[in-house]
Design a protein around this ligand. Structure first.
Ligand code: ADP
Length: 403
């Protein structure tokens, strides 16, 4: 069975076609600059090799982008003869609000609910909806599934998801912590248990998803009990371009002094802050690391802030779960940045977590694999488990359409 995984952004459509018999990716591609009035761009890789990478005439809308995706899969790469070979489509959807605690087959009610959640995910949900509707238009007979970034975190107890503002804002406006990267935290925590030969119910796991966007989760007995991102993905540790948590009064203070509106300031918090804003150089941890090694003090500060933030979450989540059995690193930085893992874990012997530097450094950046990197006498296991959100989405999709 072949499952197509789609991640639609406001001006892009990312896709991956997966053969579920062996979980191999048959093709992955990207259609970019949709609806921008400029030339579009499309690329597609088969077996990691680029078979398509070209500018194209302006792409008007997501329907046209979907047609280009299908053309790439059938005529250009030939990985499928016709779109009838695609059994189902799994869509990544950012915000499921409190309504979705798991993936669902898309019907009109689901579309309505995604729409209702637009105020909570104003940038992503409209784009996700456009992607779903466009795919439905070009593949009217193919079942579609929505997989929500927020769903895994729905098991958090109120004491973890409520903010300390008047309760009426929760009742009226649904203001609460939702958390994101849920598909990754779920996949990685489940995979960690499998890899260790344990049941999820036996483990207290702290998952550190560290990429351009970063989030931390506390997963107790297979269920998420806390996570660092909030009502939006802005909360938590400092990220590539996001500030992470701070006193909300900072926003008003800067707005007043710099004559900015709240939305202008939040845009700065989302797009110009974090590693980029502190270092003044780059949102990419590799650039920040290199500059720090060369003596750039602000790059060093950005790095130190990220590491300190991760350490604080590990400490607090260990306390929240009355202990921790496994600390697991994943995503671009977590999987590939050996030195960052080393620096995060430095000093955690008091918690019973001791990294083995040889095991840690045996991992090759860019070639991440499941691994234990803690010392043999470490009470807490420290692991690296590469995330694979596409496979997780495809598995959910297959499971739901096979019912
Ligand atoms: P996103 O959140 O956009 O999915 P990623 O998970 O790809 O981002 O993470 C991007 C981060 O991962 C960057 O800061 C980059 O420095 C780091 N990264 C990615 N690949 C490597 C690599 N091969 N070696 C070191 N760092 C890497």
């Amino acid at each position: 069975m072949k499952i197509l995984v789609v991640n639609a952004g406001s001006s892009s459509l990312k896709y991956q076609l997966i053969n579920m018999d062996d979980e191999q990716t048959l093709a992955q591609g990207l259609v970019e600059r949709i609806g921008m009035g400029t030339d579009g761009h499309q690329s597609c890789k088969v077996n990691g090799e680029k078979v398509l990478d070209t500018d194209v005439a302006p792409i008007e809308n997501h329907v046209q982008a979907c047609n280009m995706m299908l053309d790439a899969l059938t005529n250009v790469t030939g990985v499928v003869k016709s779109m009838d070979e695609i059994s189902a489509v799994g869509h990544r959807v950012l915000h499921g609000g409190s309504k979705f605690s798991e993936s669902v087959i898309i019907n009109q009610d689901v579309l309505d609910a995604i729409e209702e959640n637009i105020p909570l995910g104003p940038l992503h949900n409209p784009a996700n909806l456009m992607g779903i509707k466009a795919c439905q238009e070009v593949m009217p007979n193919t079942p579609m599934v929505a997989v929500f970034d927020t769903a895994f975190h729905q098991t958090m107890p109120p004491k973890a998801y409520m903010y300390g503002v008047p309760y009426e804002y929760y009742e009226k406006l649904h203001v609460r912590r939702y958390g994101f990267h849920g598909t990754s935290h779920r996949y990685v925590s489940k995979r960690t248990a499998e890899f260790l030969g344990k049941k999820p119910e036996e483990l207290r796991i702290i998952t550190c998803h560290l990429g351009n966007g970063s989030s931390m989760s506390a997963v107790d007995c297979g269920k998420c009990v806390d996570t660092s991102m909030g009502i939006t993905p802005l909360e938590g540790v400092v990220m590539g371009t996001r500030s992470g948590s701070m006193d909300p009064a900072v926003v008003e203070f800067i707005c007043n002094n710099e004559n900015l509106t709240v939305s202008e300031m939040l845009n700065i918090c989302n797009k110009k802050s974090g590693l980029l804003g502190i270092s003044g150089l780059s949102n990419d941890m590799r650039d920040v690391d290199k500059a720090a090694r060369e003596g750039n003090e602000r790059a060093q500060l950005a790095r130190d802030m990220l590491i300190y933030g991760i350490k604080k979450y590990i400490g607090s989540y260990a306390a929240a779960m009355n202990g921790v059995d496994v600390i697991v690193f994943t995503a671009g930085i977590g999987e590939n940045n050996n030195k960052l893992r080393e620096d995060v874990m430095k000093g955690f012997e008091f918690l019973g977590a001791k990294i083995d530097l040889d095991k840690n450094n045996a991992l090759i950046p860019g070639k991440a694999e499941d691994a234990i990197i803690s010392a043999d006498d470490s009470k807490v296991l420290i692991c690296v488990i590469p995330t694979n959100e596409e496979i997780a989405i495809a598995k959910d999709t297959l499971e739901l359409v096979s019912k």
